[in-house]
Design a protein around this ligand. Structure first.
Ligand SMILES: Cc1cc2nc3c(=O)[nH]c(=O)nc-3n(C[C@H](O)[C@H](O)[C@H](O)COP(=O)(O)OP(=O)(O)OC[C@H]3O[C@@H](n4cnc5c(N)ncnc54)[C@H](O)[C@@H]3O)c2cc1C
Length: 288
C-alpha cells in the first residue's frame, strides 16, 4: 500500500525542527530512520499531515564520553552502535542488544532515538535503557528537560515526550569496571521482534551479587523492570537455586498479550528463561 499524502520538511537545526513541530501541530510527525513510521503509514495505521525529517539536522549523531557517562545522539544508527569501539569497551550490553535488532538493512537506517521514541514494547532498546539506568534529553519550545528511562514509557506507543519535543540525546552512566552483561532474546526467525527478551547488567562482590539490573522486552504494554528479582539477588551467589527463584520473580510482572508469537502464558515462561540465561551469561562475564 502507499501512504496517504503528506508535506515534507527537512530542517537543518534542532531549533528549526522544534519550530516546525510547534507551527504544524500534533498532526506532524518526526521522521528518523523511517523503519517503524513508514510501514505504519503504508498500512494507513498512521497518516501524518507532514513529516519533519531529522536526517539533515546537525548535531544529532555521534557517541561520546562525558565524564562517567556515554552520550549518544538520537539519530545515531544501530550500525553505528554496533561498530563503536567506545561502546564495545564501556557499554557492551547496548552493542549486544543492537546486534539482535532486525537485519543489516534496518540497522543501517534505524536509529536509537526512533527505537526509543516509537514506544513499542517489542522494540529492544527500551528495556536496555531501563537496565542501564539511562536518561533522555528532550528538546522543545521551552528548552531542554532530562527524564529517566524508568517511568518514561507510559503504554503502547506512548511515552512522556510531548508532541512538540524531540528526543535529542541519550545519556547512560558507565557501569563499574568488571560488571557482567547480557541481552538474551528469543525470536522465531531472523528479523523478528522478541517473543520475550531480557537485559541484564550484573555487578559481583566476591562470589555474591552486589547489584543486578534486569529489564524485560515485549511482555507487557511497556518494557518492564524486574524489581523483585533484582532485590532478591543482592547478597546471593549465582547458582541453580537463585537463578530459578530470580526467573520466577521476574515472571511476576509480565502481562504479555496474545499474538502470533504465542499465548501470554508461553511468553511469560520464555521471559523467565531469558532472565535465567542472561543472568548466567552476565555472571560468566563479570569480574569480581
Ligand atoms: C523488518 C523489521 C524488523 C524490525 N525488528 C526490530 C527488532 O527486532 N527490534 C527492534 O527494536 N526494532 C525492530 N524494528 C524497528 C526498527 O528498529 C526501527 O528502526 C525503530 O523502531 C524506529 O527507528 P527509526 O529511526 O526507524 O524511527 P522512525 O520510524 O523514523 O520513527 C519512529 C517513531 O519515533 C518518532 N521519532 C523518531 N525519532 C524521534 C526523535 N528523535 N524524537 C522524538 N520522536 C522521534 C517518529 O515520529 C515515529 O513516531 C524492525 C523494523 C523492521 C522494518
Amino acid at each position: 500500500m502507499t501512504p496517504a499524502s503528506f508535506d515534507y520538511h527537512a530542517p537543518r537545526s534542532v531549533a528549526d525542527a522544534v519550530k516546525l513541530l510547534v507551527d504544524l501541530g500534533p498532526d506532524a510527525k518526526l521522521l528518523a530512520g523511517g523503519h517503524s513510521l513508514l510501514p505504519m503509514m503504508k498500512l494507513r495505521f498512521a497518516a501524518p499531515s507532514a513529516l519533519i525529517d531529522l536526517g539533515k539536522v546537525a548535531g544529532l549523531r555521534g557517541i561520546t564520553q562525558a565524564g562517567q557517562e556515554i552520550h549518544i545522539g538520537a539519530m545515531t544508527t544501530e550500525h553505528a552502535l554496533l561498530t563503536s569501539p567506545l561502546l564495545a569497551e564501556k557499554l557492551p550490553l547496548l552493542v549486544e542488544a543492537a546486534s539482535w535488532i532486525a537485519d543489516p538493512q534496518v540497522r543501517y537506517k534505524g536509529t536509537i532515538g526512533g527505537d526509543i521514541s516509537h514506544g513499542d514494547p517489542g522494540n529492544d532498546h527500551p528495556a536496555v535503557m531501563l537496565a542501564l539506568d539511562a536518561s533522555f534529553v528532550l528538546t522543545g519550545p521551552g528548552g531542554e528537560r532530562t527524564l529517566k528511562a524508568d517511568g518514561y514509557f507510559l503504554g503502547l506507543y506512548s511515552t512522556q515526550a510531548r508532541p512538540d519535543e524531540i528526543l535529542t540525546q541519550i545519556r547512560i552512566p558507565i557501569p563499574p569496571a568488571g560488571s557482567g552483561w547480557c541481552y538474551s532474546k528469543f525470536k522465531r526467525k531472523t528479523g523478528d521482534f522478541a517473543t520475550a527478551a531480557a537485559a541484564v547488567q550484573l555487578q559481583m562482590k566476591g562470589s555474591t551479587v552486589a547489584r543486578a539490573s534486569i529489564a524485560l522486552t515485549n511482555v507487557g504494554p511497556t518494557p518492564l523492570k524486574a524489581c523483585k528479582a533484582e532485590d532478591y539477588l543482592v547478597g546471593k551467589p549465582i547458582d541453580d537455586a537463585t537463578l530459578n527463584e530470580a526467573a520466577r520473580l521476574a515472571m511476576q510482572p509480565c502481562s504479555p498479550s496474545h499474538c502470533q508469537r504465542g499465548s501470554p502464558d508461553y511468553k511469560t515462561v520464555i521471559a523467565g528463561e531469558m532472565v535465567r540465561r542472561a543472568l548466567q551469561q552476565a555472571h560468566s562475564r563479570a569480574r569480581p
